[in-house]
Write a protein of this length. Structure first.
Length: 811
């Protein structure tokens, strides 16, 4: 069952009922100011950091859910309604929500009044614009009142939920004309404030929540709206809000338009502000002046659309499969940008107050983002590397505002260092910019111990080399990619999640997954060494990768598949010898895609075992059989009920690893089958089962053992976005950036037909026609560039050449 449809021509998903199975959200903002908005106008805004600089409040665990947002109330006689249906839930005569690329648009009507709301964050300003238009579609004049409503958060969203003894006394506001200033903390050294303004003269306002809502009432029935009159309250402590009232009359057919702006402002460096708390309006005045007319809004909106059209034109496909085209050209790339911006911090499943930016997460997000805005990827790599420790290990997370490593969580996730190589390699292959490798980058943000980025990468590699266990496989530390495989924690803190205790190294427990990563990223590191004129170092890395490869085949192979790990007693995990958890997906995908056992036929066997033991109609499960009881020696993985999350859920993130591995061995049909199973455009049809947004990936779909098999959770912020884009764009459609040029080697299902690609790679624009006369799954007969045949599948990069006309004949 569907709750909407894709409108590809507008790059929108159109939701046709507010009663979606779960809130279906969108992200507004590309750089520093962000908002989350649901299909019923729930959500919140923040500047840079969802925890530390939260503008508007969101009430977690609220019942019913998703009822704090940026709302407009329309009072038409006795009827009060909202364009997004919530929070009054007055039945609408029509409703439509279009989530687009960086904007959302609502069109609804009630009693012959139509409301249109367009909301977006313009490029270059730290604000959210809501353009609201009301039209009278009846044959008689209407007199209406319009109310806006946002509830301020007292900046630190974590403290805001807890520290009531203080917070209920610190709220301060000021109202000047139609602008409501939220200036809590303004009198301190924190030189910032927020505004909510409208471009019309207002007929009333409220800034105290209790006065606007009334005692014992919620946003579903605000007293001021019911009375048709705001009270003019000036909040002092308690809960400051911003509500405007606008009274209007509309002739039949008439439309009136209002522009609301919610903004974040800082006094410029050195500019005086009044410690008495009197607001310095100037920064706000300057920003608000830019968005006063409909033309202003249209221009800003057009700029945003052009910006996105430009970004999304960097990689396009036209095939006979509109679902693939839709995901590649629109939604998958869009989600890559969102995960790049948010890491795992703020969604409807990540609270924005828990996690900051993940080291491994952000490095992986780069893989799907780097072609969009390489400059920002470069900056991000430097930020991430700056949190690395001198021994090559890394803080697992850092806070986006301060960019400093998070010492509450600390380090000890032994896959982290290698992801830095992955991200850097992707950046250099994409851009050819080797200057990043010589850039001086501090360790642990301490400039006195800086070293070139290349040296950071060396230490990443050496961290793994110097931390091996009894089978010469990498020590797992607190966990590897699978955060819940905590093989060293049991003796210290049984039953607790990894986040609650300190590093726990252990000299025995080993990870075959990290070993697979080492083989792949050891080679990528070696290639970087060659670019830097360091052949001896390249050779050393390749030797180490070869040793690792041997160790995997010797002690990481179980007969039919790769084992997952050795625990702290050197017992196998993910082996036929185990009672439960006999096979895990991660090493099958990653070792195979790294090339381990490909020649020996082991990879094929491993992937066949995946199909036989882990496959379901909704995707490939992370392990089987599920752990039915808690194992002290395994940690959090076995704490989940069977079928959920890391305990035998379909963890979408590593499905593309298996699909990529299938392309490595040339099985296009199977690679695509895996791609299809978790692909949002395909699961749209079963939205009543899948439940999360049908335009983006979710982290997890409940596995076969779960009660709600097929149900997704944790949508949006997942490495699935980047890895799936890597899979479809670089492996299935086959455009892989190398240091010497763009490589083309698709691996598609037999019935995929011919297709066309465009790609911007460095300063070149490539148009690529792929012909597949024999319906081959993989294989290149000949590539022609500008009419001339070339050898092999890499189109040599020619500096300064801007156009490449390419024809590829598969077979
Ligand atoms: C989850 C993991 C997550 C980790 C860190 C665990 O409870 O199962 O998926 O990565 O927490 O937040
Ligand atoms: C989600 C985390 O963000 C990611 O870093 C981790 O790899 C997966 N969960 C698997 O545990």
């Amino acid at each position: 069952m569907k709750f909407g449809f894709f409108d590809d021509s507008k790059k929108e998903y159109v939701i046709t009922t507010p009663r979606t199975p779960l809130p279906w959200i969108n992200y507004l903002g590309c750089n520093e100011f962000f908002s989350i908005i649901s299909n019923t106008c729930g959500g919140y805004s923040f500047y840079k950091d969802a925890k530390l600089l939260r503008l508007t409040r969101y009430r977690y665990n609220d019942v019913p859910g998703d009822v704090n947002g940026k709302y407009f109330f329309i009072k038409d006689g006795d009827t009060v309604w909202n364009p997004g249906w919530q929070p009054t839930k007055t039945e609408l005569d029509s409703y439509e929500c279009r989530h687009g690329i960086g904007y959302s648009r609502f069109t609804s009507s009630k009693n012959d009044v139509q409301a249109q709301v367009l909301t977006f964050v313009p490029l270059g300003d730290n604000c959210e614009i809501s353009s609201l238009k009301l039209t009278n579609n009846s044959s008689s004049a209407k007199t209406l009142s319009l109310f806006s409503y946002v509830e301020w958060c007292l900046w630190n969203a974590d403290d805001d939920m807890k520290n009531f003894q203080r917070n209920l006394s610190i709220g301060e506001v000021e109202v000047i004309g139609s602008t409501i200033y939220h200036k809590t903390e303004y009198r301190e050294r924190r030189n910032h404030y927020a505004v909510y303004s409208v471009n019309s003269k207002i007929d009333g306002f409220d800034t105290s929540r209790d006065d606007f809502l009334g005692a014992y009432r919620g946003a579903d029935a605000p007293l001021a709206v019911e009375n048709g009159a705001c009270t003019g309250s000036i909040a002092s402590g308690w809960s400051p809000i911003a509500a405007h009232q606008l009274n209007l009359s509309l002739q039949p057919g008439e439309t009136k338009s209002f522009i609301f702006v919610l903004g974040y402002l800082e006094n410029l460096q050195g500019e005086k502000w009044e410690s008495s708390g009197i607001i310095n309006k100037r920064p706000a005045d300057e920003m608000l002046a830019k968005y006063q007319t409909d033309e202003d809004v249209e221009k800003a909106f057009a700029r945003l659309n052009n910006y996105w059209d430009g970004l999304l034109s960097k990689y396009t496909v036209r095939s006979s499969n509109d679902k693939v085209d839709r995901m590649v050209n629109i939604w998958n790339q869009y989600q890559c940008m969102v995960t790049f911006n948010m890491s795992r911090s703020a969604s409807y499943y990540e609270s924005g107050i828990g996690r900051g930016m993940g080291f491994r997460d952000s490095c992986q997000d780069l893989l799907g983002f780097v072609h969009l805005i390489p400059d920002r990827a470069r900056e991000r790599i430097i930020d991430i590397a700056s949190t690395q420790f001198q021994d090559g290990s890394a803080y697992h997370q850092y806070q986006p505002l301060t960019k400093k490593g998070n010492s509450d969580i600390g380090s000890g996730f032994n896959d982290d260092p290698l992801w830095l190589i992955a991200g850097t390699s992707a950046y250099v292959r994409e851009t050819g910019d080797v200057s990043i490798l010589t850039e001086m980058v501090p360790f642990d943000n301490d400039a006195s111990v800086a070293a070139p980025l290349m040296e950071h990468l060396r230490r990443s590699l050496d961290y793994v080399i110097t931390h091996k266990g009894p089978h010469k496989l990498p020590l797992i530390g607190r966990a590897d990619w699978n955060d819940c495989l905590n093989l060293n924690c049991f003796s210290e803190h049984p039953g607790e999640s990894f986040q609650t205790f300190g590093p726990s190294e252990g000299p025995v427990a080993e990870s075959v997954f990290i070993a697979g990563m080492f083989v792949k990223y050891g080679e990528e590191y070696a290639q970087l060494c060659e670019l830097m004129g360091m052949p001896t170092e390249a050779e050393r890395a390749r030797k180490e990768a070869e040793l690792m490869n041997e160790a995997i085949i010797k002690d990481g192979w179980d007969g039919e598949w790769f084992i997952r790990a050795y625990d702290a007693y050197s017992n196998k995990i993910g082996s036929k010898e185990c009672e439960e958890g006999k096979i895990f997906i991660e090493p099958q995908g990653f070792c195979s895609l790294a090339g381990v056992g490909v020649e020996e036929g082991l990879a094929k066997k491993a992937l066949d075992s995946v199909k036989e033991k882990l496959d379901t109609e909704y995707g490939v499960m992370i392990l089987q059989p599920a752990y039915t009881k808690y194992h002290l020696e395994l940690g959090e993985v076995s704490s989940y009920p069977p079928g959920y999350k890391e305990n035998a859920g379909i963890f979408c993130h590593n499905n593309p690893w298996v699909s990529i591995a299938e392309t490595v061995i040339g099985r296009g049909d199977r690679a695509f089958e895996i791609y299809q199973k978790t692909c949002p455009a395909y699961v749209e049809e079963i939205s009543e089962i899948h439940r999360t947004e049908p335009y983006v990936y979710a982290q997890m779909v409940a596995g076969r053992d779960a009660k709600f098999h097929g149900e997704a959770k944790n949508s949006w912020l997942t490495g699935t976005a980047a890895w799936t884009f890597v899979n479809i764009s670089q492996y299935i459609l086959g455009l892989y950036p190398t240091h010497t040029g763009l490589s083309i080697n698709p691996c598609v299902p037999k019935n995929f037909g011919d297709f066309e690609l465009t790609r911007q790679f460095r300063e070149g624009n490539y148009t690529i026609k792929v012909q597949n006369p024999d319906n081959a799954e993989k294989g290149i007969k000949q590539i022609y560039v500008d009419g001339s045949p070339i050898n092999g599948c890499v189109i040599p990069y020619v500096k300064g050449k801007t156009f490449y006309d390419v024809t590829v004949v598969m077979g």
